[in-house]
Design a protein around this ligand. Sequence first.
Ligand code: DGJ
Length: 741
Amino acid sequence: MPVTSLNRRAACLSLLGGMAALAVPFRSDAEARFDERTKVFRLDGDGVTYAFGIDSVGQIQALHWGGSLAVDDPLPAAPKPSDFSGFDRANSVTPLEYVAFGGGLVTEPSLKVAFPDGGRDLVLRYAGHEMTAEGIRVRLKDISAEVHVELTYGMDKATGMLSRSARVYNRTRRPLRIDQMAAATLNLPFADDYELHYLTGRWAGEWTVQKRPLEAGSTVLESRLGMTGSQNNPWFAVGRKDVSEEENGPVWFGALAWSGSWRMVVEKDILGHSRITAGYNPFDFAYLLKPGESLETPVFYAGYSPDGMGGASRRMHRFQRTVILPGAPAPKLRPVLYNSWEATEFAVTEQGQVALAEKAATLGVERFVMDDGWFGKRNNDRAGLGDWTVNREKFPQGLTPLIRRVRELGMEFGLWVEPEMVNPNSDLYRAHPDWVINFKGRPRSEGRNQMVLNLARKEVCDYIIKSLDLLLSENDIAFLKWDHNRSWSEPGWPERPVAEQQRLYVDYTRHLYAILAEIRRRHPRVEIESCAGGGGRVDLGIMRFSDQVWPTDNTDPFDRLKMQDGFSQAYMPGVMMAWVTASPNWVNKRSTSLEYRFLSAMQGCLGIGDNLNHWTPDEFATAKRLIAEYKAVRATVQRGDLYRLISPQDNSPRSATLSVSDTRRQAVLFAFLHSSSKFEPAPLLQLRGLEPQTRYAVRAFAGTVADDTPKVASGAYWMNHGVKLPLRGDFQAAACVFDAV
Ligand code: DGJ
């Protein structure tokens, strides 16, 4: 039924007007304790203990973050803080949980404010605490001003993941400007051999794993883009050099749940203490708090694993699946989808899409997605964004005939949208040129010929909700691919009083989350993919509203192996879309076999993105067979524990991953050979994560296992002896499944 009701419109306004909460709701059922005598707090969950205490001057100091301690282990009270020298006062050399700029601080603050008289000194002291349903709430207050801060701690008992966020309250009688605000500062245990792992990238080249020693000074990971960005991802891991490896050694890690500009500062101070502070990016940031108002940060999630980088990522994956994603703790399996982008680009028509859908259905595809080009005057990327009505030249009867046909073919229908953007050549921009982010009277830079709508403005949010609501109400749409193809420029909001314009950095992203929540509330059956010209918006904030994410526009299956490996450090394969597309690939003209392309894509959530009109009957047969194989193992690939057996990084000629189901009744092995040189025998791959006593039958569903491989053997055999997949040539792949018998 078309939605025209004014009530709904009113509902949008009140929703956004009343929206206050920013934190991702966190189900914390971990044990939280406070020792009155020592003034020590601790949280325990799944082999992890996090502890902090109130020191003699009322500061909150970190005491332990690592493997779990016995319940009755004595955690000593926080030590008395002392200056190191006249240059380095106590607050700069003490491992504080939340660091205020004031009292001579020279290290990275968690919070920096400005009072109307120009004063910027803030000295926070313990003012009380509550043990809450979420965990622990600690209240701090400035030594004289009515500036209050609440630190919120939670821990997910099942995964041992810690959540931390903060909220600052202005209870003074004058406005207070927040210049910098982090969710938390996390202090690492003292060690001198840390190595920092992080992710960098660019369009079509996301998810590069970087490592560097954590030495004296600071490393800044950030986005100034108004979005998460692929230059850095808001994730870090720290291991100990030569001690922490893929499957061994301690690893501390964390991720910020925020999809706007963010910053993570990894510091090692003059005494060798290391800490990580993450939150809003202070770059161009200012948030005015009127008397009585408060500002809340996003959540900084953190974890610890004694089992190397592999253990750390498995913990993160489990946490995403059981806490963060829509449908958690049991999000739906990702259907095999077809996407039209690489086949047709903007040249979508009803007839052309029906022809592709009919072919896709024969393969076993479950969801047909029409990408860009179906709306407004969208024949290229120079027009149409903002006008979310069906292009009647391409679809004379609207979308109904196409959707009806797709449904008859037994598939769901999905649609591409880019709701946050507008082309200057659009009816929307002509009607509302002031709706974009801009500085008054200044040029408006374009990126991909488009501008960013100002989602901080409620009328813009209403327009987006109304347009999408109409589309979803009038059409049988099961899925939206939500794209975002440029970052911010000229970040102005001229309609707002000058002192409040930089709220844009907070309000835009909060409203984006509110829009997504509202769309999901009104259309609970509709699933959403987060895409930002590739992998520019993947983070724990957007994942709360996204069933899946698009990691990169680069669909070359070999390039993807490395990117998928990087992605998997932080995010689970069960949200990572991967399409099989044309060979040679458009990115680098590399040619690979269809089977190789499938096996690379099957490491995540499988999709087909090639032009099926060009396929031979043999290719249809191969694809149909591999899609059926994928469906048989996808629960293990998407939800299982991932073991990166051989990393594709560092130009290694081989790579291999193993996914093991929760029950350990199934494991799926993918092995790749990038290039053969000389006459190297295939290595024995030792599996991990199986039950040693359980017997597993092996079956290769692509390539073969070595002739001398037993058909059935114990988990101990596969883990201690191994399996050999003989591969020869360039860009070769094999895959097998181990099923408990
Ligand atoms: C960028 C996305 O990453 C692509 O997959 C495609 O949807 C295009 N945008 C469409 O404009």
